[in-house]
Design a binder for this molecule. Structure first.
Ligand code: MG
Ligand code: MG
Ligand code: MG
Length: 305
């Protein structure tokens, strides 16, 4: 059995990517199963329901299993026993994260906005047709990861492939579906603070400093006005619990095109140096910042050197 699986705290790219990859590998003659390492977020639930796709089963241990990774390529975001799994392939769009494998594998990594863009290219390469529902979900994953093409991570390949997937799915107004998705993402009322902090959260090791960075992408930042103090208190609590140097929560306004960064840190001078900013009341504004991958991590990591 070949398992296809995305990263810990899975996002839509990880879940839909696993489903699409399982379908592709099945067509290529393997017995496959799409699985996930964690809970489904509300945006992904919306996509799965919209396209009548089954939620992949939860699986957290892969020792001795054949595994095709999607949407990540490091140990931190993998299962704890990743070193004991047999890595068959990777489809991803992140920086290299230091994997070592026992044998050769099928690696598809490109500097594009979404893993599902890479997976669509794999379907084309192998000349396999994509079913309508899977195509629609892949289109949504691209709209999500590229913030409806606004993110600096978005490339011409992503927009072209997203449109091709919309055609296969017979969807005309795909940008409207994108907005609908971000409205689902923007519902924070009544959600426990920790759940919001951890909804899209990644751990990093930056030159020996443990750093956590969460991100919430919404259509209007004012929805955080009343809970911002709680969020700041919670990332400080999380920083202490996880023995992190720093925990950031990136509150991204996809319409205003910028992010309010909430900060819990032992090293304020590092954060201030990273972006040449001043932290006030545990926060600062980053104009034009939409992407953790391109506008947060590449600035923060070298500042810890
Ligand atoms: Mg992801
Ligand atoms: Mg992705
Ligand atoms: Mg994302």
């Amino acid at each position: 059995m070949l398992y296809t699986c995305g990263h810990k705290i899975p996002d839509s790219d990880s879940i839909i990517g696993a489903i699409a990859m399982a379908y592709l590998q099945e067509k290529l003659g393997k017995q496959t199963k799409a699985v996930r390492q964690g809970d489904i977020n509300p945006e992904t639930a919306y996509i799965l329901e919209k396209f009548n796709l089954e939620t992949p089963e939860l699986k957290t241990s892969f020792a001795g299993c054949d595994l095709f990774m999607v949407d990540y390529n490091n140990y931190t975001e993998g299962p704890d026993d990743l070193k004991e799994a047999n890595l068959v392939g990777i489809a991803d769009h992140h920086k290299l994260g230091g994997l070592v494998t026992a044998g050769p594998l099928d690696v598809w990594i490109r500097a594009v906005g979404c893993s599902n863009t890479v997976i669509k290219e794999m379907f084309d390469y192998y000349e396999i047709e994509i079913p309508k529902d899977i195509a629609g979900a892949m289109m949504c994953a691209i709209l999500s990861d590229t913030v409806i093409f606004k993110s600096p991570t978005c490339t011409k390949v992503d927009t072209r492939i997203c449109k091709e997937l919309a055609d296969i799915a017979a969807i005309e107004d795909f940008k409207a579906i994108g907005m609908e998705m971000f409205k689902v993402k923007s519902q924070v009322e009544g959600v426990p603070t920790r759940e919001l902090v951890k909804r899209d959260y990644k751990n990093f090791d930056m030159y020996g400093h443990k750093v956590g960075v969460g991100q919430l992408e919404v259509v209007d930042l004012s929805i955080f006005d009343e809970i911002k103090d709680d969020l700041i208190a919670d990332i400080e609590a999380l920083r202490v619990e996880d023995d992190n140097d720093t925990v950031l929560l990136v509150l991204t306004d996809i319409i205003a095109m910028g992010s309010q960064i909430l900060v819990a840190t032992k090293s304020p001078e590092v954060i201030e140096k990273a972006w040449d900013v001043k932290i006030e009341n545990n926060q600062f504004w980053l104009k034009g910042c939409l992407s953790r991958k391109k506008q947060i991590i590449p600035f923060l990591e070298p500042a810890f050197k």
